[in-house]
Design a protein around this ligand. Structure first.
Ligand code: ZN
Length: 575
């Protein structure tokens, strides 16, 4: 491809909308263009990377015996009603009506669709095990699309589904997929951590996420260096420092606290640590208000709380609702004397003695509040958000927190889909049994983002060879010098002839601009034909990672051919 006619719209400036380094580089390298919030086009260089990455994923799926199919994104409501997920997904699913007023959704995942295929066409244990996968566009109407393609509303995913006769079969299918994911991440040179995860809207008996530690991103990984425990913060459990305050239960009392409504202000007012305070948060669980109680120095893990409540959406209530329920301004809520709403209480709260809470009156707090005597909760549970410095429940070592990007998620589903959808097969003993299922997702666009996020320098992207948009670029520093131009053109023709993915930067711009652009988009090999060629007959052969050599043009050509050949062999090995 010739740069002069290629559509590679690079830019120098840092785009205002860029939220992370990776997002910035995708925009600047001309890989993506936003159409609407969380909705992106992939431009030619970006789409070349996507196609290559899909091929890596496809090869690893085929290697573990999965077969590719393609299912529709547009799906009728009826199959989603069979599993109850039409309601469960709520407004996260894009829903609409067709011209005949029938309800449809754009699928965020395909468990129902694939189960519908298998229940109709797989009848006997003799046809099992079976693994199917697709690479497809998914839709999620995210409340807050963020970080470019990482949390987008339309995105590309590989999703696979396994069907087995029993749990042992599922264990084998799950392990094969797990291993395939490890190989995919290795081929992409991505450092990853497999963590225990919350199963969320997918359900099932257990799940593992593949996280890429990046230092940025909205996912947080909790891990222990001592024993290797690792979990998504949504799922993580930990031991926290208990806080004991001995002494007899004293009588409750309402104390005026003007100008003190935050934990810090109230702690200062009473001169006691935040551990003595019970925070009362009012949430809307779907459309029902609930109260959540947690120790003053702890935070609520909203995923744990939502799971306990069994709600689809959990959002903090607005000021007006809080005032209606507590009869006080925001900042003075407490569990004693609050209007009757369900109360969920973290399991650290009942251990507190003579605690402080809001008094449900403006500018007042209640002291000497004790669980059991002054209030009780409808449910006591672990709803605490694990934090750095907490202790590991396995080895008591200190836990650490790291931000990262979730790129893959594998689930043991068991029969949570096959039972409600009546998807059964004839077992060897003649009985009808539900399929034992697993599902396995890996984000194609997210993987691209994760690679860029973890592999870049001040000049731009550094691709693993397998997914670079082009393998090499030839840069004639001055296209007006015939000798330079001719040798560059000759090398370009030879590499094209050999089937190498090569660019020639034939633009009439400065050499500096060419170097900047090609380093920005991350071409692994740069061959420069410049003044040195005129004096020494050597070209400069530079790897994006820094190594540099002055070599004859034929050697440069054969090196690129060798690299290209190596990549071809590598992929063939996997098919
Ligand atoms: Zn540990």
């Amino acid at each position: 491809m010739r740069w002069s006619s290629a559509f590679i719209p690079t830019r120098r400036d840092k785009p205002a909308e860029a939220e992370t380094r990776g997002h910035e580089l995708m925009l600047r390298a001309g890989m993506i263009k936003q159409l609407s919030s969380g909705i992106y086009s992939y431009l030619p260089p970006g789409y070349r990377v996507i196609r290559k990455l899909e091929e890596v994923v496809r090869q690893e799926m085929v290697r573990v015996g999965a077969q590719e199919l393609f299912m529709p994104a547009m799906q009728p409501r009826e199959i989603w009603d069979e599993t109850g997920r039409w309601d469960k997904y709520g407004s996260n699913m894009v829903k609409f009506r067709d011209r005949n007023n029938r309800a449809y959704g754009l699928a965020p995942t395909h468990e129902e669709a694939v189960t519908d295929i298998v229940r109709a066409l797989v009848l006997s244990y003799r046809q099992l095990p079976l693994s199917l996968f697709q690479i497809q566009t998914k839709f999620r109407d995210e409340a807050r699309p963020r970080f470019g393609v990482i949390r987008a509303r339309e995105f590309s995913m590989k999703d696979a589904y396994s069907f087995d006769i029993d749990e042992q079969g599922l264990d084998r299918s799950f392990q094969a997929m797990f291993d395939a994911y490890v190989r995919i991440l290795q081929r992409l040179r991505l450092p990853s951590i497999a963590v225990e995860a919350d199963s969320g809207a997918i359900g099932g008996t257990g799940s593992v996420e593949f996280m890429i530690p990046t230092g940025t991103g909205e996912d947080q990984i909790i891990y222990c260096d001592g024993c290797g425990y690792a979990a998504n913060i949504e799922k993580a459990v930990s031991r926290y420092e208990p806080y004991y305050f001995d002494g007899d239960m004293l009588s409750t009392e309402i104390v005026p606290t003007p100008h003190a409504s935050t934990i810090d202000e109230v702690s200062a007012f009473f001169d006691v640590p935040a551990q003595r305070f019970i925070k009362t948060l009012i949430y809307y669980a779907d459309n029902t208000p609930i109260a959540a109680l947690i120790r003053g120095d702890h935070e609520v893990n909203e995923v744990k709380l939502a799971n306990a409540v069994g709600c689809q959406e959990l959002v903090l209530a607005d000021a007006r609702t809080i005032e209606e329920i507590t009869h006080a301004r925001v900042g003075f809520a407490g569990p004693v004397g609050i209007d009757r709403i369900p109360i969920y209480c973290d399991d650290a709260v009942p251990l507190m003695r003579n605690a402080l809470t809001g008094a449900n009156q403006d500018d007042a707090h209640m002291i000497n509040v004790n669980y059991g005597r002054d209030f009780v909760a409808d449910q006591v549970l672990d709803m605490r958000r694990t934090a750095a410095g907490d202790h590991c429940t396995r080895c008591d070592g200190p836990l650490r927190v790291q931000r990262g990007i979730e790129v893959g998620h594998v689930f043991k589903l068991g029969t949570v889909y096959s039972e409600p959808m009546h998807a059964t097969f004839a077992a060897e003993d003649g009985s009808e049994r539900p399929f034992v299922m697993g599902c396995y997702g890996i984000g194609i666009s997210r993987l691209v983002a994760a690679v860029i996020e973890t592999s870049n320098d001040e000049n731009g992207i550094i691709w693993p060879l397998e997914i670079a948009p082009y393998l090499a670029v030839i840069i004639p520093t001055n296209v007006d010098t015939p000798q330079i131009r001719d040798v560059a053109e000759k090398m370009y023709a030879e590499l094209c002839e050999e089937g190498c993915e090569v660019l020639i930067d034939d633009r009439a711009v400065s050499a500096g601009t060419k170097f900047k652009d090609n380093d920005l988009i991350g071409i692994p090999v740069t061959i420069t034909v410049g003044k040195n060629y005129l004096s020494s007959g050597l070209v400069e052969y530079r790897l994006r990672t820094g190594a540099l050599a002055a070599i004859p043009e034929e050697t440069a050509v054969s090196r690129v051919c060798d690299l290209s050949e190596m990549l071809r062999n590598q992929s063939e090995r996997y098919i």
